[in-house]
Design a protein around this ligand. Structure first.
Ligand code: AMP
Ligand code: ZN
Length: 486
């Protein structure tokens, strides 16, 4: 079956055909770094992660760009209130954002361009729009004249006539002359303090929308495959991105627009005043595990509103536990193999058919649980031997390339494992301990010193011995880490 996505632009489910064979350009509107991101934001980022992982599962090479909005009204205001320079202020929340993304096992983008580092290119884009007569200078900024862009409204369905009637116009983003013309460049005003750039188009700073047009085209080209965000960005943000980009280049900007519906808490919009507003950090400090949070965020189809409740978080915890226990059970099975290739094939097909159909995650998960049920019965009747184990674990790991759950498992270190690791430590005359972390650190340190002395035989033997008892050593940019194998 062909891969299909619902495209907000055409309002249809469409077969996905990237511009270049087996390569996909993906842009995600990133965070405005004025505070910690909330679980609603992460709903949208987890959706984008599932999308990206599934494209990779299908064999596409994804070039993924996510911007960091590190200059806008909110960041300036907050940094001033706290008396911290803008850069220092936004750096703190950018760092926190990356940490949170890692906590939720969201794959990193290839590039995270910052708005403040892309000013030159934004100025070029604004100049182009001025040259083309699509933008005009006013006393407080440069604005886009939306009446000059004939396709304005094609994404969101908004009509200029309706816009004129008023509604959703935020004053500081729009022109005084024409309430629906939006700011491309805002001239400096005293409240901005030291936040400004001296440029050919005047002293000031960019509007929010121009940031995303510039950063996406800079890294992905004038036309690219997929652009994602939450539904609140369809209008005006994405509508304006189209007007800016297509207005300037005369070419189609984005081919597939995918939008995630909002997360609600107990059926209500999340808001600080209702006391139902949660950052990821709030949930972690209440003791919830990242893997359960990720599961809650991914398990509702992205075009449906996600109603977050603590009950659903508890349920997710149990579901994830069931998957982990299943994996253990398969590993420990000691039956005799019978042919289960049909069962494996059917499960794989069902999972892929569901995901191909506009990422129907609930159906994909249901097919995985059906598979788990069948395998459990086969284990009960002694039909799972070493060969079948490989097939089953292999398939679960394939599914997990998309779900990203298994490698979030907190290692369960039992006495048995501590005993095995202690034995290895003893063989090398290392200090014994009942603490697994300590034992592993001293083994890793010992192995590092062997490597430093070019004693690769010892370092390889240690790696192999650990692998035999289910502990894997991984070389990372932060040094050697251990991981308990599933
Ligand atoms: P922001 O940092 O406000 O620009 O938002 C970052 C991303 O989170 C955008 O794609 C928003 O559309 C998305 N977003 C904001 N609120 C929610 C919510 N309650 N549920 C899902 N996504 C949201
Ligand atoms: Zn954006």
């Amino acid at each position: 079956m062909a891969l299909k996505f619902y495209n907000t632009l055409t309002k249809k489910k469409e077969e996905f055909k990237p511009l270049r064979d087996k390569e996909v350009g993906l842009y995600t509107c990133g965070p405005t770094v004025y505070d910690y991101a909330h679980i609603g934001n992460f709903r949208t980022y987890v959706f984008q992660d599932i999308l990206k992982r599934y494209l990779e599962y299908k064999g596409y090479k994804v070039k993924h760009v996510m911007n960091i909005t590190d200059v806008d009204d909110k960041t300036i205001k907050r940094s001033q209130e706290q008396g911290i320079p803008l850069k220092e202020y936004t750096e703190k929340y950018t760092k926190a954002f990356f940490e949170d993304m890692k906590t939720l096992n969201i794959e990193s983008a290839d590039v995270y361009p910052r708005a403040t580092e892309t000013i030159k290119e934004m100025v070029e884009l604004v100049k182009k729009l001025l040259e083309k007569g699509l933008a005009y200078k006013s006393d407080d900024g440069i604005y886009y004249d939306i009446s000059k862009f004939k396709d304005y409204g094609k994404l969101s369905g908004f009509k200029i006539e309706e816009l004129k009637a008023g509604a959703r116009v935020k004053k500081d983003e729009y022109s005084k002359e024409n309430a629906y013309d939006f700011a491309l460049w805002k001239f400096w005003k005293p409240e901005d303090g030291d936040v400004y750039w001296e440029t050919e188009i005047g002293k000031g700073r960019p509007g929010w929308h121009i940031e995303c047009s510039t950063m996406s085209m800079k890294y992905l080209g004038e036309t690219f495959d997929i652009h994602t965000g939450g539904v609140d960005l369809i209008f005006p943000h994405h509508e304006n991105e189209i007007a800016q980009s297509e207005g300037a280049t005369g070419k189609p900007f984005v081919r597939y627009w995918l939008h995630a519906e909002h997360l609600l808490v107990n059926g209500k919009k999340m808001s600080k005043s209702l006391g139902n507003f949660y950052t990821l950090r709030d949930l972690l400090s209440k003791g919830y595990e990242p893997v359960a949070i990720r599961y809650v965020l991914l398990s509702t189809h992205y075009q449906q509103k996600l109603n977050f409740t603590f009950k659903s978080l508890e349920a997710a915890k149990n579901t994830v536990q069931r998957i982990f226990e299943f994996v253990d059970r398969v590993r420990e099975a000691k039956g005799k193999d019978t042919d289960i290739s049909d069962i494996l094939q059917e499960a794989k097909n069902e999972f892929e058919e569901a995901m191909d159909d506009n990422l129907e995650i609930s159906r994909a998960l249901a097919s995985m649980f059906e598979f788990i049920k069948k395998v459990n019965q086969l284990i009960d009747s002694g039909k799972i031997g070493d060969n079948n184990k490989k097939g089953i674990l292999g398939l679960i790991q394939e599914f997990d390339k998309v779900l990203g759950i298994l490698d979030m498992r907190k290692p369960e270190v039992d006495k048995d494992l501590i005993g095995k690791v202690s034995k290895i430590a003893e063989e090398y005359n290392l200090k014994s301990s009942n603490n697994f972390e300590k034992l592993m650190s001293s083994i890793i340190r010992f192995r590092e010193s062997a490597r430093a002395k070019k004693d690769y035989q010892t370092s390889d033997t240690i790696r192999t011995k650990l692998l035999e008892i289910g502990v894997e050593l991984q070389d990372t940019d932060k040094g050697v880490k251990w991981k308990i194998k599933i």
